[in-house]
Unconditional design. Structure first.
Length: 154
């Protein structure tokens, strides 16, 4: 999948025109923050995990890390990340462009409460040089297969 798939996916939400395409890479939190001109914490990073009942994405603030005991309490499984090379096949986007939009239908999305401390955040849009500025409420409304908010970071 790609930025064009994300653009099509976001059309019904009226958000496709808000997609930012950068002349430089935004594949990491640090690079995305530089490209968007914001602090790294405002980058909404999408982390992929494999659970016994299928893959999930957990979208967190850029300065957060998964807290393994909280993750296990929430999902009743150990936090096992999707491998770099398996991202595109599992989620629908390659590493560096993983986002909660235009993903494979079996992938469930959870948003970490760490994002709620910001007025707006910047998730990727399917490529290693894109992002979109959204409020946490807009992100929740637009995220595909969104299962709601969790608290799994430290």
């Amino acid at each position: 999948m790609s930025i064009s798939n994300v653009r099509e996916y976001l059309k019904p939400f009226g958000l496709e025109a808000k997609i930012l395409e950068f002349p430089t890479s935004s594949a990491t939190v640090e690079l995305a923050a530089q490209a968007a001109g914001v602090i790294p914490a405002r980058i909404a990073k999408s982390l992929g995990f494999v659970l016994p009942d299928g893959p999930i994405l957990v979208v967190t603030a850029g300065d957060m890390r998964i807290d393994n005991p909280r993750f296990k309490a929430q999902f009743h499984a150990k936090a096992k990340m999707i491998g770099f090379d398996a991202c595109e096949d599992t989620v629908g986007h390659g590493a560096g462009g993983v986002c909660p939009f235009a993903i494979k239908p079996e992938v469930r999305v959870y948003l970490d409460v760490s994002l709620k401390r910001f007025e707006t955040v910047f998730p990727a849009c399917g490529s290693a040089n894109s992002a979109i500025e959204l409020t946490p409420d807009q992100l929740e409304a637009a995220a595909q297969n969104c299962m709601g908010w969790v608290d799994v970071c430290k």
